[in-house]
Design a protein around this ligand. Sequence first.
Ligand code: NAD
Ligand code: ZN
Length: 351
Amino acid sequence: MNALSTLVFTNELPPAKKLGEELLLIYDQILAQKSPVFKKWSQSIALKYAVKAGEHLKDIEKFPGHIKAITKLTEQTSVKKLTVVVVGGGSVGDFGGFVASVLKRGVRLIHIPSTWLAAIDSAHGGKTALNVGGAKNQIGTFHPADQILMVRSVLMAQPEARAFEGFGELVKIALIQGGKLWADLAKEKQVNSKVLWKHLQAAVQAKYKVVAKDPHEKKGIRHVLNLGHTVGHVLESYYELPHGIAINYGLDFALRFSVQMKIMKPAELNRIYNEPVMGFLLSPLRDDLISVKSSDLNEYRRLLLNDKKKTKAATLRFVFVAKPGKTVIKEVSVDDLLIELCRQREEELHG
Ligand SMILES: NC(=O)c1ccc[n+]([C@@H]2O[C@H](COP(=O)([O-])OP(=O)(O)OC[C@H]3O[C@@H](n4cnc5c(N)ncnc54)[C@H](O)[C@@H]3O)[C@@H](O)[C@H]2O)c1
Ligand SMILES: [Zn+2]
């Protein structure tokens, strides 16, 4: 199966009939409320399934109900003609992609991401996922979309505050790729929708460069895309932060840990943090937000080991940065990671 999708960057939603012969639209219900343009467009599609976005949508317990309803909706369609069109953020994309991969043993899929996080990251690379027993992404399939449409008017309809949620993923991929993408992004003096749209194409191409080398995640190459995510996921669960915001902190942790491990030179870290764009990585509330107390550590440890990227019992494959464009993956023990969390906290408090 081809892991690379056709990418389309466009200002407006294309006429539905151009997307396929028979369409099933799976979409975030919020779009019909917030966007009159989407609402009008969706009326041209007969088969529709509205969902409420969020982690509960990916809950395996709810899946039988969804798939029964969707099977009924599509009972008159032929597997050859059917295309599932998913419009939404990452949760709707993970759910809708999974549906497309199992419905009638797999049908054609088109993603139209409606959040920055989905446009920059989650819609690309073919991974679908459901959650099991509250643990994220425990089951899933590889089912790359045939096409991914980045529609400017859909993405721009998000509240400006959401730009920060996609921003971490943009910084992540720019640090992995280095070169022009990092140089261009680093100079930005603002983070807003216009800036994200400007860098979107280069960011997506950078992700594809990694995915293309390891489409089914068999060689460990895609692991580099977890930069910032080891600690990011812990903070996301522990402080119930939006994914993108947690990743910002996870990236900061990874950069500073890289210096501590002598993988990055201190001068390089200074250079990175002196770039205008890095002023937006961390919230001014950081001290209140992330205050590691010794009582938290057991819970952090549990969350780190639950993370599916664990390898042996108490070690993890951690993605370090030597400099923009050069990442290094090393096994680290969970204990060393917790010690580093405390060390960084002390450094913040006492300089
Ligand atoms: N498959 C992958 O490779 C991959 C990669 C990264 C993240 N993910 C998954 O992505 C999910 C997070 O993505 P997300 O933050 O986009 O999630 P989401 O789908 O929950 O969207 C976040 C919020 O934005 C709202 N929203 C969506 N589009 C909007 C719009 N245009 N205007 C206003 N509000 C809008 C949603 O209703 C929701 O409240 C997680 O479940 C994560 O596991 C998957
Ligand atoms: Zn992410």
